[in-house]
Design a protein around this ligand. Structure first.
Ligand code: DGL
Length: 264
C-alpha cells in the first residue's frame, strides 16, 4: 500500500521530503497537478474539481492514506473529499495556532495564496486563535510561479517579496507563517529580508505527526525493514516521471529542501 501526497505543483515535496525522513519504510506516490497549477488564483469550484480528480487517481493507485500537501486545496476541498472518499485524508493548514502561541504578543504575518486568504476556513481559524488581533494575512501568488519555474536564485523572489512586504513594519512581528507549501523553497530569501528574531513556521511538522498517528491507530504503519531507501513514484497530473533528467530534477529539489529545512 502507498501513501499518496499531492499538491498543485512542487510545493508538496516539502511534505514528501519530511514524510520520507519520518516514515522511511513507507512507499510514496507524489502527484504534482502541474496541468492545473496554480490553484491559488482559481475559483473554489475549479480547485474542488482538480482535487477530486487527484483523489480518484490516488484511490485507484492503492493508497492507504492521502496527504493534501497544499494549504489551498485543504482550505477549499478537504471536508468535501472526506465525505466522498473512504480513506484517511490529512490536509496541511497554515500554522497559525502555534505561531500565535510562540509570538509572545508580537504580530504574526500569515503568507498564503489568494484563495487561501479569501477562504472561510483560514478566516475561522484566525478568529478562533487570534484573541488579541495580532494576525495579518498577505497573499504572495508570484512565489508559486517562480518555484514552478525553478527561479530560486535569480533575485526575482527577493525583489518581489521586498515590494510585497514593504507595507509591513517587520520589526513588530514575531512569526511569519509559510501558509503555502511552495514558499518553503524560498526560506533563504525570506530569511534575508526578515529581522533575525522573526521566526519562520509552517504546518508540515504537524501534518506529518498527524499522518503517523492516523496510520498507527489503524495499524497500517509499514514495519517491514527494507534495505532500499523509501520508494517514491512521481507523477505530473497522472503521467509518471521516468526520464532520468526529470528524476534528477526531483533529486535536486529534495537537496534544496534539505538546505531550506535548516533555516528557521
Ligand atoms: N502549494 C499550494 C499551497 O500550499 C498552492 C499553490 C498554488 O497552486 O497556488 O497552498
Amino acid at each position: 500500500m502507498n501513501i499518496g501526497i499531492f499538491d498543485s505543483g512542487i510545493g508538496g515535496m516539502t511534505l514528501l521530503h519530511q514524510a520520507m525522513a519520518a516514515l522511511p519504510l513507507e512507499n510514496y506516490i507524489f502527484y504534482a497537478d502541474t496541468d492545473h497549477v496554480p490553484y491559488g488564483t482559481k475559483s473554489k469550484e475549479q480547485v474542488i474539481g482538480f482535487v477530486d480528480e487527484v483523489m480518484r487517481f490516488m484511490t485507484a493507485h492503492d493508497c492507504k492514506a492521502v496527504v493534501i500537501a497544499c494549504n489551498t486545496a485543504t482550505a477549499v476541498a478537504a471536508e468535501e473529499m472526506r465525505r466522498k472518499y473512504d480513506i484517511p485524508i490529512i490536509g496541511i493548514e497554515p500554522a497559525v495556532k502555534p505561531a500565535v502561541a510562540a509570538s509572545h504578543g508580537r504580530r504574526v504575518l500569515v503568507a498564503a495564496t489568494p484563495l487561501t486568504v479569501r477562504e472561510k476556513k483560514l478566516q475561522k481559524l484566525v478568529e478562533r486563535v487570534d484573541y488579541s488581533h495580532l494576525v495579518d494575512l498577505v497573499a504572495l501568488p508570484r512565489l508559486v510561479e517562480l518555484a514552478e519555474r525553478g527561479d530560486f536564485d535569480t533575485g526575482e523572489a527577493g525583489e518581489y517579496l521586498q515590494k510585497e512586504l514593504s507595507g509591513y513594519n517587520l520589526e513588530n512581528y514575531g512569526e511569519l507563517v509559510l501558509g503555502c507549501t511552495h514558499f518553503n523553497f524560498f526560506k533563504d530569501t525570506f530569511r534575508k529580508l526578515l529581522p533575525a528574531d522573526v521566526a519562520l513556521i509552517d504546518g508540515s511538522d504537524g501534518t506529518i505527526r498527524h499522518l503517523k498517528e492516523v496510520l498507527c491507530a489503524r495499524g497500517e504503519l509499514e514495519s517491514e525493514k527494507r534495505t532500499e531507501s523509501p520508494s517514491v513514484r512521481y507523477f505530473r497530473s497522472g503521467r509518471e516521471l521516468t526520464a532520468q533528467a526529470e528524476l534528477e530534477y526531483m533529486r535536486r529539489l529534495h537537496e534544496r529542501l534539505e538546505r531550506m529545512h535548516e533555516i528557521s
